[in-house]
Structures are given as structure tokens and as C-alpha cells.
Design a binder for this molecule. Structure first.
Ligand SMILES: Nc1ncnc2c1ncn2[C@@H]1O[C@H](COP(=O)(O)OP(=O)(O)OP(=O)(O)O)[C@@H](O)[C@H]1O
Ligand SMILES: [Mg+2]
Length: 154
């Protein structure tokens, strides 16, 4: 398993560069679990990722709808939010696993459903020290490795 990678993100442009790098690395069946406090940028990162895959779809928070599907020229992106779920079983009942093999799955508050995904890429977002737009992203591989430059293998 690779060591964690830490990215300091000064602004949204840096977040978009991270999203573009993820777009180079991730493929069908991959799962990204997003962690971090309210308002840190989990939805914004999914939005940047969907855009990086070439979609013009508007990405919105699935906090109440629980699951959105975005079509992109490369692969569909499943966007889930585990914030309101009671646990893994309710999450599995949603049926997200049925589409996951052919899609990239991104789950906000994903630490709540980590038990359902022994293999995943974990992205932990934190507010930065300097200014309103500064964030830190810690990238963790769990259960497998993604061997591409820039993500976990600089
Ligand atoms: N560097 C940055 N990265 C991400 N978002 C940023 C950054 N700088 C400013 N923002 C702003 O922070 C806000 C992040 O909101 P967002 O809805 O993505 O958070 P969230 O983590 O999904 O929150 P929630 O827990 O409510 O789902 C957006 O308004 C975004 O424009
Ligand atoms: Mg959100």
C-alpha cells in the first residue's frame, strides 16, 4: 500500500487540478470516499471531477436525493451522500452497487460507508490555515494502489 499523499490546495484552481489528475487515474469500478466537514468542498470536488471527464452536467449536492448519476464522455459518475444514511445496509439498499462496475463512484461522507468498500481511494479534505479558499487534501489508497504520477506515486 502506498503512503498517503498530501496536496495543499490554495484555491479552486488547485482543486480543479487535483480533479483533473484523478480523471487520469480513475477508471470503471473505482470508488472514491470523500471525508471532511460541512462546506469544505466535497461537492465542489465532484463537480470539478465530472467537468474534468468532459461533462457539462450541473453537479449538485445529493444530501437529500442521496444519489445522482452524471453521464460523461468517458464513464458515468455515481455521486452519493452518506450524511443522512443510518448505515451501510441502507446504503446498499439504494442499489448503488448495481451500477458501480461500469461507473466511477464518489461518496460524500464516505467514511460512514467505508465498511462497504474494502478497496477505495480516500480523499480527506480539511480547511487550510491561510484564507477562505485554502484547503488540504490527504489522499489514501485502501486495498489496492493507483499507480499513476501525481496520485499516491509522485
Ligand atoms: N479550494 C477550494 N476547494 C473547494 N471549495 C472551495 C475552495 N475554495 C472555496 N470553496 C468554496 O467552498 C464551498 C464548498 O462547498 P461544498 O458544497 O462543495 O462543500 P461540501 O463539503 O460538499 O459540504 P457538505 O458537507 O454540506 O456537503 C463552495 O462554495 C466552494 O466554492
Ligand atoms: Mg456536499
Amino acid at each position: 500500500m502506498s503512503a498517503d499523499e498530501v496536496r495543499e490546495l490554495a484555491d479552486i484552481a488547485a482543486l480543479e487540478r487535483l480533479a483533473a489528475d484523478l480523471g487520469e487515474v480513475l477508471g470503471a469500478g473505482d470508488v472514491v470516499l470523500l471525508e471532511g466537514p460541512i462546506g469544505v468542498g466535497k461537492t465542489r470536488l465532484v463537480s470539478a471531477f465530472v467537468a474534468a471527464l468532459g461533462s457539462t452536467d450541473q453537479v449538485t449536492s445529493p444530501t437529500y436525493t442521496l444519489m445522482h448519476v452524471y453521464e460523461t464522455p468517458r464513464l458515468p459518475v455515481l455521486h452519493l451522500d452518506a450524511y443522512r444514511l443510518s448505515g451501510v445496509q441502507e446504503y446498499l439498499d439504494l442499489g448503488a452497487g448495481d451500477f458501480a462496475h461500469d461507473s466511477i463512484t464518489m461518496v460524500e461522507w464516505g467514511d460512514r460507508v467505508a465498511d462497504a468498500y474494502p478497496e477505495h481511494l480516500g480523499l480527506v479534505l480539511e480547511f487550510g490555515q491561510s484564507g477562505d479558499t485554502s484547503r488540504r487534501c490527504t489522499i489514501r489508497s485502501r486495498g489496492r494502489s493507483w499507480q499513476r504520477p501525481g496520485i499516491l506515486n509522485p
